[in-house]
Design a protein around this ligand. Sequence first.
Ligand SMILES: NC(=O)C1=CN([C@@H]2O[C@H](COP(=O)(O)OP(=O)(O)OC[C@H]3O[C@@H](n4cnc5c(N)ncnc54)[C@H](O)[C@@H]3O)[C@@H](O)[C@H]2O)[C@H](O)CC1
Ligand SMILES: [K+]
Length: 220
Amino acid sequence: MLLVDRETMQNIDSYAINEIKIPSLCLVERAALSVMENINLDIRHSFALIVSCGNNGADGLALARNLLAISKDCDIYIIGNKNKASKDFIINYNACKNLTENIYSIETIEDMNFLRKNLDRVNTIVDGIFGTGLNRPVSGIYANIIDLINEKNIYTISIDLPSGFDANGENNYGSYVDSDLIVCMQILKKGLYEDNYFRDKTVVCDIGLPQIAIEKFVNV
Ligand SMILES: NC(=O)C1=CN([C@@H]2O[C@H](COP(=O)(O)OP(=O)(O)OC[C@H]3O[C@@H](n4cnc5c(N)ncnc54)[C@H](O)[C@@H]3O)[C@@H](O)[C@H]2O)[C@H](O)CC1
Ligand SMILES: [K+]
């Protein structure tokens, strides 16, 4: 089975984007659609998409856009500084803003209280807080939100990795999302494979990263 650590996955992504010239936005869209394919849309109608401002969040917002397109009920919660957001995040954020008013920044205790209350209206949480960009244990508001997601016991889908969980399976001493389903992009991350609990909850989906980009960094 093909496994990658964080650094290798980042090398493959960046080779595909910078050398092969696959638009990053296309990969984000494929990632979002691969999550969507793993959602039972007959029973899941109300979503809380909780994202931060990197490309894991961009995947989350592209998913929100696609769910809004089919008139699903979506609340979008953004953590972190939008001024430092990735360009794929901004593109999807601008589209989401034109599709719904239910977009909230979570910064203060009052915002947290609102989130705690408002989460009860949905039957599905999508976790797009951190993926392979996580490089240290979570703390502060990120940890508080992850703890809140876990407290709620609402069916939770994580994009690529449970947020807070280290792709390499190291340093998992902070909070991380207790996901029900993990839709992992293109190649299984080593940490998920080594974790008995998460391995069985993970599906791996092709997002169009070319084999030649993969073979450059992994022995296949
Ligand atoms: N173009 C691509 O690389 C694609 C990636 N995909 C998805 O994007 C994520 C990886 O995205 P990235 O922007 O590199 O990082 P994250 O979104 O995971 O994290 C954002 C950002 O957060 C900072 N950070 C790291 N650790 C912490 C922490 N403990 N507390 C606070 N902030 C933290 C750090 O600066 C990160 O950069 C990948 O998993 C995929 O989901 C697309 O699917 C395809 C294209
Ligand atoms: K995630």
